[in-house]
Design a protein around this ligand. Structure first.
Ligand SMILES: C[S@@+](CC[C@H](N)C(=O)[O-])C[C@H]1O[C@@H](n2cnc3c(N)ncnc32)[C@H](O)[C@@H]1O
Length: 352
């Protein structure tokens, strides 16, 4: 077993500090990782103990930046979790753009929170260029932020290696990147100009902006539940009405339904939408949980959009959820349910 130069209490206090100040949470199994990453800083900044580092980090920007750069995991790649980009292309952008077109609004604001070296924000940009007939006719505000200054510096340079580009086809590569040689590729200046990157600790205060879409993926995974809950609420507040929030599957959001945000099931994924203008839904309640399950499969297999909401059940064998579908789909959905003899206990209309 490796000998630690810090006492158990010292490293524990240090990890409490990291979680409280930066949201970086390390369980005991990762204490040796923290030690290895922090140890070089002791000599660099003439500190003797971890408590010295804590005191210095509050006033010494350079030490704080080195500490965060050493401790964060910046792994990322283009079109990571491709389903999210399919949802963006097929559902989220068409919905937002149709709504904006009705009011002649050409602005579109998107935030990649915890963007690392920028692959996520650039993937969003490429998707926009795929969807928008005339991207230059829109007022695009695409912002990436990260706590790591090194990651933001790299994002601004926009240089990537082959392994980060593995999900990008040849055509897209040629369109958006200049080849630098030695397996390195740089985003062309004409596309870089659409994005802005900034250093931001998500646990601190944010610039007072609102967004149509927020991505925060693989960033809150290491946050403790309390930080995660507070942060999610702040993300929802920073969304425009009808705006969308995408997070990774392992960052499930504990939502008691009071936030005015609904879960959407699209392309077999869950994303979130802030309630805004009223929409017309039809709510199906089912006789048994098996009917509910079969109904869900039918909706999924036939590509319908839907969401589930919790029910106060009347008896313990009744399904605990109702299905909401868009009212425009009612005829087709009813026909499919009838064909499969699904037992429905009630159908209601709702605008919200
Ligand atoms: C694994 S990367 C995820 C990058 C990208 N979102 C993705 O899914 O590919 C997580 C990023 O979160 C950043 N991060 C961690 N804690 C943060 C905090 N408190 N505020 C802002 N960014 C943070 C890290 O620096 C890191 O770059």
């Amino acid at each position: 077993m490796a000998i630690s130069r810090f006492s158990g209490k010292e490293i524990e206090d240090f990890c409490v500090f990291l979680s409280r100040e930066y949201g970086l949470s390390f369980p005991p199994a990762r204490y040796s990782f923290v030690e290895n990453r922090v140890e070089p800083l002791l000599a660099d900044f003439s500190c003797r103990t971890l408590s010295d580092i804590i005191l210095r980090a509050k006033r010494d920007l350079k030490l704080r930046m080195d500490l965060l750069n050493n401790l964060t995991t910046n792994e990322t790649w283009f079109f990571r979790h491709p389903e999210h980009f399919t949802i963006l292309k097929k559902h989220v952008l068409p919905d937002i753009l149709a709504r904006k077109a009705r009011t002649g609004d050409n602005r579109l604001s998107i935030w990649s929170a915890g963007c690392s070296v920028g692959a996520e924000l650039f993937s969003i940009l490429f998707t926009l260029f795929d969807v928008l007939p005339e991207p230059a006719a829109h007022n695009l505000q695409l912002i990436g932020s990260d706590i790591s200054s090194d990651a933001i510096k790299s994002a601004r340079e926009g240089i990537f290696e082959g392994h980060q580009l593995r999900l990008i086809g040849h055509q897209m590569l040629r369109r958006f990147f200049d080849e630098l040689g030695r397996d390195k590729w740089q985003i062309k200046a004409e596309f870089k100009k659409y994005v802005t990157f900034e250093v931001l600790n998500l646990l601190n205060s944010w610039p007072a902006r609102t967004y149509d879409i927020i991505f925060c993926r693989n960033t809150m995974i290491y946050f403790d539940q309390d930080n995660k809950t507070k942060l999610t609420e702040r993300f929802f507040n920073a969304l425009h009405n009808d705006g969308y929030f995408l997070t990774s599957a392992n960052e499930t959001i504990h939502d008691d339904g009071s936030s005015g945000v609904r879960r959407l099931f699209l392309e077999n994924e869950i994303i979130y939408q802030k309630s805004g203008t009223q929409k017309d839904f039809v709510i199906f309640n089912f006789v048994t949980p098996a009917d509910l399950l079969r109904a869900l499969n039918i909706l999924k297999n036939n590509g319908f959009d839907y969401h589930l909401e919790k029910l106060a059940t009347e008896h313990e064998l009744a399904p605990t959820r109702a299905i909401f579908i868009n009212s425009s789909d009612i005829n087709k959905v009813e026909e499919l349910f009838n064909l499969s003899s699904i037992k429905i206990s009630s159908v209601q209309s709702l605008s919200r």
